[in-house]
Write a protein that binds this ligand. Sequence first.
Ligand code: UDP
Length: 368
Amino acid sequence: MKNKNLIVGCGFTGAVLANKIAADFGEDIVIIDSKDHIAGSSYDYFDENGICIHKYGSHIFHTNNEKVWDYLKQFGGFNTYMHKVFAVIDGIETTIPFNLRSLYDVFSPHLAQKLEKKLLEQFKYNTKVSILDFKKQNDEDLKFLGEYIYDKVFLNYTTKQWGSSPESISEAVISRVPVFISCDKRYFQDKYQGIPLGGYTNLIKNILNNPKIKISLNTRYQDLKEKYDRVFYTGSIDEYFDYKFGQLPYRSLEFKLEEHNCEFYQSNSVVNYPNNYDFTRIHEYKYYLNNKSDKTVIMKEYPKPYEVGKNDRYYPIVNPDNQALYNKYLQEAQKLKNIYFLGRLGDYKYYDIDKSILRALEFFEGIK
Ligand code: UDP
């Protein structure tokens, strides 16, 4: 007899899993989401100006994983957009990650040349160095540079983003944005990069396009009456267990959209403001799909503490204590039959899109 499957959460993880169960097992799936749309945090929509707005902040697809790329491209084309991020430091716009070119943006040519020479003596070209390691220099000039980058790029941005200093968050988070001993100005170096041509929502709609998959929006797991043979839960595990061991900490965000009567507001899709204002960055959406309009739409991103029922969970705050709490919940979950937790919230991991997809594909291989 075929299983009746329930998937909780309609983001990439849930959608990919639904697609695989429907396509490879031929089983029925109900996929629910408490929101009024599919695509989770990747949700986007075209506004009245024809600009594709990423409702929950910029989402840029990038991967080195052939399996993920081959899987995803069945459901729609991608453009060749390669992401860059600028940051305003002391009123000067430069590229993030801080790289060899950034030296020339923020310092005099003489100082920039001297630092570049020393950097190339110290590190191999095209290497990425975590700022926390970069700061541990013996050379006086490189020590100065390490402190400069730490103070101007990381310290205040991270304090705004996480509500704590760079030392007190996981090194893996800070290392996502290294110091880059290179002239490569891109944010990511992955082989495959781009934005889905019809947007992320359309891509996920295509992934879910199977008569075996029934989508139910505005639906909370707690309110379901029907019983299922298997449940795949991509929400937060603490909520499933009614917070019995306490809440898993998350960071949330608030987004403020603005429409402007000009063709472009800023010089790039994302501009970071590490040291000014309460927002961390401004997104300008028309850059992603090259949408043409006399108007432009920007979004300011304000980090916030996560509060149950008040805002959404965006970033798990991964540290040893929180991981131990997650593990306690996971042990509880493993005592139950036929319920599985996965995804950024279900696994309590800071996944990028490609890692969520890979997790779902590998998980599926495991149950096959
Ligand atoms: N970060 C920073 N300054 C920047 C950009 C990033 O300090 O200008 C740090 C910050 O702690 C951030 C982390 O690097 O949370 C990872 O940044 P990323 O851009 O990968 O974050 P995401 O786009 O996932 O929010």
